[in-house]
Design a protein around this ligand. Structure first.
Ligand code: ATP
Length: 346
């Protein structure tokens, strides 16, 4: 079988400035048809601005945006209006029309005709709301409203779905269920999705691919596991999960540190910071060890230990709850490698 991968979204050198501030800085981004990409970054890094540029609610200073192979923002500033970009959007606040029923909300973007009712029923079935046609938005729970908003966005079969922090108004328990439901619905519909979030766990758990944005720039695009295990730099490493950095001197594939020789994933020479995720660490009681436990916090599923290494470097470890090391205990530290290292300026 031959599969042809088409590009649903292609962005080149996209830039948006607000006075002296560059909110989106020379961004290049590609999204293949059917992919689900999370755009992850700290508050104020430019995620929403990027989404608004793609949707056409903002105009860039320069750059090119192509959606489904069609140029919607051209190199000379020519711009296709939002309603002609074949985009579906779901925002944080659901934004359903309060005076329209569920079915009317879903039908909103569809042309009148014999297929309209059929498509509405198809979408209601897809989002698990068959029979809710006549209900009004205020009669629905937050999760149900979010599913109606998604059905409405998907109804006209857009080339691209944009989701801006769609789960942030839901409480923690509901949030997990709704996001996995939404993910399944989008997968069944084969929709191409760009999903903005500042929640790294959310991005890692539901996306096919994650783009990390920091200070207006996309700094890394990778599948979740690769992003977590091989972050491109220290900023990504600390934003995507917790990370310890242990100073060491690299000699090829091994770095010498206060923890002894540490195996590396890639050859380095000279001063480096070795990244160690808290769950890669094992601690065992050892009265001769120079490393000691200075704090511990019980979380139920695991326990977080704060260690001070012999040279004063702090280290966080997360261990299964049956480990019971008291504050003050001397511990031997072993680390599951190989590990990523970042060169330190000399
Ligand atoms: N209309 C505007 N005028 C001036 N500055 C703006 C405007 N819109 C956004 N900014 C600034 O651009 C930067 C990026 O904002 P943006 O809303 O895109 O970030 P974000 O990553 O989506 O943040 P959050 O997660 O908090 O929503 C911020 O410093 C913001 O203050």
């Amino acid at each position: 079988m031959i599969t042809v991968e088409t590009t649903a979204l292609s962005i080149q050198r996209l830039t948006r400035r607000y006075g002296p501030l560059t909110a989106v800085n020379e961004v290049d981004l590609e999204l293949a048809a059917g992919q689900f990409m999370a755009l992850l970054g700290p508050s104020g890094c430019g995620k929403t601005t990027l989404l608004r540029l793609i949707a056409g609610f903002e105009q860039p200073n320069h750059g090119v945006i192509m959606i489904g192979g069609r140029t919607v923002v051209g190199p000379c500033g020519a711009s296709v209006p939002p309603e002609q970009r074949r985009i579906g959007m779901v925002f944080q606040d659901y934004a359903l029309f309060p005076h329209l029923s569920v079915a009317q909300n879903v039908a909103y973007g569809l042309l009148r005709g014999p297929d309209r009712e059929k498509r509405v029923q198809e979408l209601l079935a897809l989002v698990g709301l068959t029979g809710a046609d006549r209900r009004m938005p205020h009669e629905l729970s937050g999760g149900q409203q979010q599913r109606v908003a998604l059905a409405r966005a998907l109804a006209p079969r857009p080339t691209l779905i944009l989701l801006d922090e769609p789960f942030s108004n839901l409480d923690a328990g509901l949030r997990q269920t709704v996001r996995s439901e939404v993910r399944q619905i989008l997968r069944r519909e084969g929709a191409t999705t760009l999903f903005v979030t500042h929640d790294q766990e959310e991005a890692l758990s539901i996306a096919d691919i994650v783009g990390v944005m920091i200070d207006g720039k996309i700094v890394q695009v990778a599948p979740p596991r690769e992003l977590y295990e091989r972050p491109a730099n220290r900023a990504v490493a600390t934003f995507v999960g917790a990370a310890n950095f242990v100073p060491a001197i690299a000699q090829g594939m091994v770095a010498q540190s206060v923890l002894g020789p540490l195996p590396l994933v890639q050859s380095h020479f000279g001063p480096v910071s070795v990244m160690i995720r808290p769950e890669m660490i094992t601690l065992t009681r050892d009265e001769e060890s120079p490393h000691r436990v200075v704090e511990r916090n019980f979380f139920g599923a695991d326990v977080r230990y704060e260690i001070v290494l012999g040279d004063g470097t702090p280290l966080n470890a997360r261990l299964a709850p049956w480990h019971d090391l008291p504050i003050g205990a001397r511990v031997a530290v072993s680390v599951r490698g190989p590990l990523v290292a970042f060169a330190e300026p000399k």
